[in-house]
Design a protein around this ligand. Sequence first.
Ligand SMILES: NC(=O)c1ccc[n+]([C@@H]2O[C@H](COP(=O)([O-])OP(=O)(O)OC[C@H]3O[C@@H](n4cnc5c(N)ncnc54)[C@H](OP(=O)(O)O)[C@@H]3O)[C@@H](O)[C@H]2O)c1
Ligand SMILES: [Zn+2]
Length: 339
Amino acid sequence: MRAAAFTELTGPNGVSVVDQSTPEPGRGEATVDVAACSINHHDLWILNGASAMVDPTDLPFVSGLDVAGTVRAVGEGVADVDPGDRVLLCPNETCGDCRFCREGPENLCASYSLYHGGLAETACVEASRLIPLPDGVDATTAAALPTAYLTAYHMLRRAELEPGDLLFVPGATGGVGVAAIQLADVLGVRSIGTSASASKLETVAALGADHTVQGTDPEDLREAVASIGAPDAVINHLGGEFTDLGMDVMRRGGRMIVCGRTAGPTSEIDIADLFRGHKRIIGSTMGTQTDLERLVDLVATGDLSPRIDRTFPLDETGEAFRTMEERDTLGKLVVTTGE
Ligand SMILES: NC(=O)c1ccc[n+]([C@@H]2O[C@H](COP(=O)([O-])OP(=O)(O)OC[C@H]3O[C@@H](n4cnc5c(N)ncnc54)[C@H](OP(=O)(O)O)[C@@H]3O)[C@@H](O)[C@H]2O)c1
Ligand SMILES: [Zn+2]
């Protein structure tokens, strides 16, 4: 089978399509003929050599978390899925018996990690992580859901928002950002989205943002956001100076949910404002398999249409990462291998 492997951790030019042996499922596993795998900034961190999870000794490395396709074969002891089933992978990997797994939510697992291997024609996965796809949900659409929408969904749960509340989403045009805007709309939560690009913001408004603010310098955004209102919560996937911006504009008692650091790995916060304002900063990573099942239901019922910017054939996976790196995207980028 062919795989779009990272052969060097030097950015998008480090992706090469290579031949590998087709995996066979072991006990509790299934192989999936991948129809679509969306890419995330997470994969780009790895490709840029900026992730502690992968180093040059791991090369060639096949990334790709968000796998949708058709079960090819199942290993011993697998009863819940059969060859031919259309499925979506929940990329969570958990131990199943630490205190956090027992008490839940499962994404708190002490040895939590993520599946990698979807940027290939066939992926070998834990069968219990496969979610059946209803007929009305195609593989490309499904592949958009796991990392970006799952993360945003879980963050919104943790933000404890009520209908009519106001949510601030700095960087509302990428995977997590668009997902947060669309899911806020599903919840009846008003939202403010930002982007460096005015033209992208027209689409963000059409996707459900109630307010949009153009700009990329947190200082410039501060006044414009404050003039709209004091957000009840902030979805922060940018980190850096955007943390201070979000904390500053947020209302008393507001919640900032943090999942990323695209704009910087450290942030300064005003401690007095934090405690005097009864504000909360909450870290969050991915979500639960049940969250993902809920998202599949929302797509099946027509309540959510994940925004897919472009699809790329497996051969052009490097180009997909270049597009992400250049911020030339609005929504998800999906690599397809043809169903
Ligand atoms: N912890 C978790 O479970 C988890 C899960 C998913 C993602 N993440 C993290 O969350 C972040 C977003 O992931 P993603 O896949 O959604 O990424 P993405 O699609 O590449 O996000 C692009 C968005 O980020 C904005 N952006 C990019 N660089 C920026 C900068 N230097 N300053 C300001 N805005 C910038 C873009 O704004 P423009 O419109 O202005 O270009 C766009 O809105 C990543 O850091 C990722 O690692 C974490
Ligand atoms: Zn565990």
